[in-house]
Ligand binder design. Structure first.
Ligand code: B12
Ligand code: SF4
Ligand code: SF4
Length: 234
């Protein structure tokens, strides 16, 4: 049985990577079922989550400027017009792959729709990715990965397929505050992530959302030295 589980997981990972996934992980949601993370909609009862990530284009992230029209719209196009739809297609393909093998599998939307009043999705991709060991949560409230830092976008497929789950990766930002200093509206307060604290402890989502209504901001992504080629070379 253990070998079959390992084989199925490896085959699924190979398939996902061929279809464009840069990072892959599996989370066992039962290990954190008592904790308060949004989980509604189709597949809310499914026990496992396949977490998939695609990296962003480094130059577009580095040269993005929320106050400059052309750079702002290029960034928006890259993030929401190219990478997010690609992730939705990837999640759809992974769900089909699992369904062909007679497992239930539900893709969670990469971005929209989400509850605009509470600023919450039906399921948190960061939660799955963190539990799966794809990365950890930084002071910028984003998932940081070893290779790309926060320069990734995520998607999730909920499933009942027997897959090998990873385990949480816990790292700290330490004394760094680059993202906190980069935020134009002080939405981040510099508090390290703790799983038992709500996001409001470290992040004012409403301030961020308000600013993003006029600017396609992602300065807390660009500022992070983790996964940044430019900062590594400097
Ligand atoms: C609504 C939303 C917003 C809102 C609110 C953001 C927020 N942090 O809640 C606003 C409009 C402000 C926003 C802004 C941005 N967003 Co946004 N957003 C979403 C969306 C659609 C839902 C988020 C949600 O449900 N929040 C509710 C809270 C509870 O969950 P959470 O913040 O996702 O994650 C928390 C929990 O999971 C918990 N947690 C993590 N691990 C664990 C483990 C355990 C055991 C427990 C109990 C809890 C726990 O801590 C996390 C951090 O607070 C997601 C897509 C999705 N469905 O996940 C994208 C998403 C979070 N956004 C993303 C990004 C990149 C951005 C922006 C940079 C904008 C941009 N340029 O794309 C900014 C950055 C803001 C910031 N610094 O966090 C990415 C994050 C990628 C990454 N590397 O982490 C996501 C995942 C979209 C994607 N498909 O990749 N966003
Ligand atoms: S996206 Fe911009 S406004 Fe929102 S937290 Fe990051 S730096 Fe601040
Ligand atoms: S910029 Fe620094 S403080 Fe912010 S998430 Fe990255 S490592 Fe952590």
């Amino acid at each position: 049985m253990a070998t079959e589980v390992a084989t199925l997981t490896r085959e699924l990972e190979d398939f996902a990577r061929e279809r464009g996934a840069d990072l892959f992980g599996v989370a066992d949601l039962r290990t954190a079922s008592d904790l308060n993370v949004p989980r509604t909609g189709p597949g809310a009862d499914l026990p496992l989550a396949v977490s998939l990530a695609m990296c962003l284009n480094d130059t577009i992230v580095d040269e993005h400027d929320p106050d400059e029209g052309h750079r702002q719209s290029l960034y928006w196009h890259h993030v929401y017009g190219v990478v997010t739809p690609a992730l939705d297609t990837l999640a759809h393909d992974v769900s089909r792959w699992l369904a062909d093998r007679r497992f239930r599998a539900v893709p969670v939307p990469g971005s929209s729709p989400y509850d605009m009043e509470r600023l919450e999705g039906v399921f948190s991709h960061k939660f799955a990715a963190h539990l799966a060991g794809v990365g950890w949560i930084g002071k910028n409230c984003l998932l940081l990965t070893r290779r790309f830092g926060p320069r990734v976008r995520l998607v999730t497929v909920l499933t009942d397929a027997p897959l090998e789950a990873g385990s949480t990766m816990d790292r700290r930002c330490g004394r760094c505050r680059e993202c906190v200093n980069a935020c134009p509206v002080d939405a981040l307060n510099g508090t390290e992530f703790r799983a038992d604290q709500p996001r409001e402890f470290r992040f004012d989502a409403f301030k961020c959302s308000e600013y993003r209504r006029e600017h396609s901001c992602g300065l807390c992504v660009a500022a992070c030295p983790v996964g940044s080629h430019r900062k590594r070379r400097a």
